[in-house]
Design a protein around this ligand. Structure first.
Ligand code: ARG
Length: 405
């Protein structure tokens, strides 16, 4: 019987505490698995060192940035994914990818158990464990922080007692998760939902009022996929990174919201999502030009469901995979350019161009050369309104409704 655990290791407080705890509590060997999804900050080498110093038997590191951009962020763009209308699913789309690599590492080290350092109050525990059930149901799962019910303060005390080589400021314990798709900040002083967020928490974006200048960027899409900025062809990872910088400079993509977690808690979340907001706004605009009306309407329903499934940890669910196929099918004409203006916290589409668009100047124009047959509108309206006309006449017959009073 293998006595080995593969732990999703970020290098932060929770997972550093977890290494020692698992060893003490179970006697199992712990293997730390760190996955780069564009979280920046420390190098994976530094994180590996810390894992070893915190007691891991070995460490497994993967640079998954390119994969994250290509297979996860781009799906979120095509789906215009915004949970509760505001949150582009930064953490939610990274968990299924992290889980995939965690399972691969477990196979390599011959582990029979996976572990994560999530608390018992958030969505991430659900995302990890539900993904594991889909990818490797034979593996057991351990959640040391949750199962010990450690509070943040207890974790800090434990880390100090064990002299774990991690820095923690006890007075300002924000919980931060960041990757290529954005940055999430919660807890600490943010839990007072009446108080405005303090400026120190931000890192991907500048104060939107700091700089009033205007930048324009043209984003080219091919079948829903962003492929170029200002005519320069870029792979998804480079394109998203560049846009994070450019839009972040203008304070684009700061979100301060009260969010409904899957586990029933309302929480205050701050997000910084400069590239995500800019790309989704541009993509939505191109869809306005290229998608037929009913298809566009139906897609909005699909998008909402897609976002909810992904938020709720169901990345590998049959419904999410079926919705992916629908979304992909809608993208076949979503090709063209959107010119975005970036200024004082806003990303606004100001120009659109598409050879596959359904916008027809000759139909739309009020100038000479209009090809729309205005006379046929008359008959259309008579038949279109017939159903309401019949029903209204019946109301009058029965004296039930007088809509004029
Ligand atoms: N509320 C967001 C979500 O559930 C962000 C979670 C961030 N995770 C974290 N461990 N700080 O997707």
């Amino acid at each position: 019987m293998a006595k080995k655990v593969a732990l999703a290791y970020s290098g932060g407080l929770d997972t550093s505490v977890a290494i020692e705890w698992i060893k003490e509590a179970t006697g199992m060997e712990v293997f730390a698995v760190s996955i780069d999804v564009g979280q920046q900050g420390e190098s994976l080498e530094v994180i590996r060192e810390r894992a070893l110093k915190c007691g891991a038997s070995d460490a497994y590191i993967v640079d998954a940035r390119e994969e994250f951009a290509r297979e996860y962020c781009t799906l979120a763009i095509k789906a215009n994914a915004m949970y509760e209308g505001e949150y582009p699913l930064v953490s939610a789309i990274s968990r299924p990818l992290i889980t995939k690599h965690l399972v691969k590492a477990a196979r390599q080290f011959n582990c029979d158990t996976l572990a994560h350092g999530c608390t018992g109050k958030g969505n991430d525990q659900v995302r990890f464990e539900v993904s594991i059930q889909s990818l490797a149901p034979e593996l057991k799962c351990l959640s040391p922080i949750r199962d010990l019910s450690m509070t943040r303060d207890k974790e800090i005390a434990f880390a100090r007692k064990k002299s774990l080589p991690i820095e923690v400021k006890a007075e300002n314990p924000f919980s931060i998760d960041q990757n290529l798709w954005g940055r999430t900040i919660e807890a600490g002083v943010l839990e007072d939902i009446w108080k405005e967020p303090i400026s120190e928490i931000y890192n991907y974006t500048q104060d939107p009022n700091f700089d009033q200048s205007v930048d324009e960027v043209t984003i080219t899409f091919e079948k829903g996929l962003p492929i170029a900025l200002d005519g320069e062809r870029l792979d998804p990872l480079t394109l998203i990174s560049k846009l994070n910088e450019l839009a972040g400079k203008h304070g684009v993509g700061r979100v301060d919201m009260i969010e409904s977690r899957l586990v029933g808690i309302k929480s205050r979340e701050i997000y910084e999502v400069p590239a995500a907001i800019t790309l989704i706004k541009a993509h939505q605009e191109l869809e306005r030009v290229t998608l037929e009306r009913e298809q566009a309407r139906f897609k909005r329903t699909v998008e909402q469901k897609w976002g909810e499934l992904v938020y709720d940890g169901r990345w590998y669910s049959p419904l999410k995979e079926s919705l992916d196929l629908f979304i992909e099918d809608t993208q076949k004409y979503v090709t063209g350019d959107i010119r975005m203006q970036l200024n004082s916290g806003r990303a606004v589409p100001v120009g659109r161009k598409s050879e596959h668009g359904l916008y027809d100047y000759n139909l739309a124009t009020y100038e000479e050369g209009d090809t729309f047959d205005q006379l046929s509108a008359r008959g259309f309206i008579q038949i279109y309104g017939l159903q309401d006309k019949q029903a209204a006449a019946r109301d009058i017959r029965y004296g039930k409704i007088n809509r004029l009073d």
